[in-house]
Design a protein around this ligand. Structure first.
Ligand code: DX5
Ligand code: ZN
Length: 215
């Protein structure tokens, strides 16, 4: 069993209140909110004002995934908007240790996100400092992409690193997660599953969340 974080990138932006109500009334654990700047990734999603509104419409933790360059410039703003968790990309941070400490000092849980080409062992010197490792199982930037199979090996390697170092980090998987791979991801060591399309595009999103949670 893993925690489930529906990704609002796949939600209906004209009906955010209803989408929040659906998640509030489901067994979902976190709300996953993707911020893209059109520079770190080739897409632009939504930003601070939307997160501020979503924050007011839920009491569940807001898990903010920053796919932006220079995330340190905006950490305080995301805290003010109501982020509970803030994940920054390994590939976007020249001073990752500083970024992680900044997020924690602002009172948020700190996550490091890694792209499909970044191996687990690159995190050896940061793993003890982070609360979350967000493993991208697709290339960041878009919802609805195909799950990258190699992710299973990466989860196992990360789990090993976490055990060896005594880190408390949760392993969160993001991209192409659905009922066909959820159980295997949990078996490999995933603690949190992000799901966009497989939840919001489902005929019954509440049920989709419940089924993923049982996987
Ligand atoms: C992609 C985002 C994901 C996205 C996942 O860059 O980080 O959170 O919403 O969407 P699905 O579940 O549709 O692959
Ligand atoms: Zn994401």
């Amino acid at each position: 069993m893993a925690l489930i974080a529906p990704s609002f990138l796949a939600s209906n932006f004209l009906r955010l209140q209803e989408e929040c109500d659906m998640v509030n009334n489901s067994v979902a654990d976190w709300l996953h909110l993707d911020v893209m700047d059109g520079r770190f990734v080739p897409n632009i999603s939504f930003g601070l004002p939307i997160i501020e509104h979503i924050r007011k419409a839920t009491s569940k933790p807001c898990d903010v995934h920053l796919m932006i360059e220079e995330p340190g410039k905006y950490a305080q703003d995301f805290k003010n908007a109501g982020a509970d968790h803030l994940s920054v990309h390994f590939e976007a941070c020249q001073n990752l240790h500083r970024n992680i400490q900044q997020i924690k000092s602002l009172g948020m849980k700190a996550g490091v996100a890694i792209n499909p080409h970044t191996p687990a062992h690159f995190l050896v010197d940061i793993i003890e400092d982070v609360d979350i490792v967000l493993v991208m199982s697709v290339n960041p930037g878009f919802g609805g992409q195909k799950f990258i199979y190699k992710t299973y090996d990466k989860i196992r390697a990360l789990k090993k690193l976490i055990m060896e170092t005594g880190s408390q980090a949760l392993i969160e998987i993001d991209g192409g997660v659905d009922l066909s791979n959820a159980a295997e991801l949990v078996l490999a060591g995933a603690d949190v599953l992000v799901a966009g399309s497989s939840v919001f595009k489902a005929i019954n999103p509440t049920q989709a969340i419940a089924q993923l949670r049982l996987a």
